[in-house]
Design a binder for this molecule. Structure first.
Ligand code: ZN
Length: 218
């Protein structure tokens, strides 16, 4: 997931028609406030562009594939995790799924807040999700130029393994919960485009086309 997301609305629990309740207009500040690419210094931008070249973009069939469970917790896996963490960092993303780099392993990395260490989740399973939903803007390193509002459970509990195969459990809320869900979606071949209205999808496709034209003109 890229770092442009911004939570600006908290929804009442599901089943209320999706209207925010009166006391739910809480503004959640973006805590991982990455600068727009245009504001990046040349070196950072070059590093970002190089990293993004390793990230599969919309249209690549691998983004629609379901990743398979990891059975071997070896040095190769740990190297893969490290590479993903570096690419995510260089691309100024907050999360990256293995499918996005063309690897069909159930592996994701994320770092929701700049000061946090990178967390890797191997074989993540969504164990519980809150009924309370939240709408926030999301972007995706595989969908250049796309920023759409996506509704998701605001809190989740995830069971996974680390790079050594040790069981871990993560309870998350806010941006962290959102990033984890976004990346688990990737492992199932699901993109944010699948979670928005037809109208919003059309607009997203247009934004992506424009981003591509800008990129090829540069
Ligand atoms: Zn994504």
């Amino acid at each position: 997931m890229d770092s442009q997301e911004q939570t600006h609305e908290q929804h009442a629990p599901a089943g209320t028609g999706g209207q925010p309740s009166e006391d739910a207009d809480v503004e959640v500040e973006r805590e991982h406030d990455a600068p727009e690419p245009a504001e990046l210094d040349p070196e950072t931008r070059a590093r970002r562009d190089a990293a993004l070249r390793h990230v599969r973009k919309f249209g690549d069939p691998v983004l629609r594939a379901s990743a398979v469970k990891v059975e071997r917790f070896d040095d190769d896996l740990r190297a893969e995790i490290e590479t993903m963490g570096r690419l995510m960092h260089d691309a100024i993303g907050v999360g990256l799924a293995a499918t996005q780099v063309g690897v069909l392993h159930r592996v994701l990395v994320y770092c929701a807040y700049a000061d946090d260490p990178v967390t890797a989740l191997v074989n993540p399973e969504l164990e519980w999700a809150s009924e309370e939903l939240e709408v926030a803007e999301e972007g995706c390193l595989s969908l250049p130029g796309v920023h759409v509002e996506v509704e998701r459970p605001s809190r989740v509990r995830v069971r996974a393994q680390d790079g050594e195969g040790e069981a871990i459990e993560v309870e998350a809320e806010g941006l962290e919960a959102r990033v984890i869900q976004h990346e688990i979606d990737h492992l199932n071949g699901v993109l944010i485009l699948d979670r928005i209205s037809r109208e919003a999808r059309k607009e997203a496709m247009r934004a992506m086309r424009e981003a591509r034209e800008t990129a090829s003109a540069a």
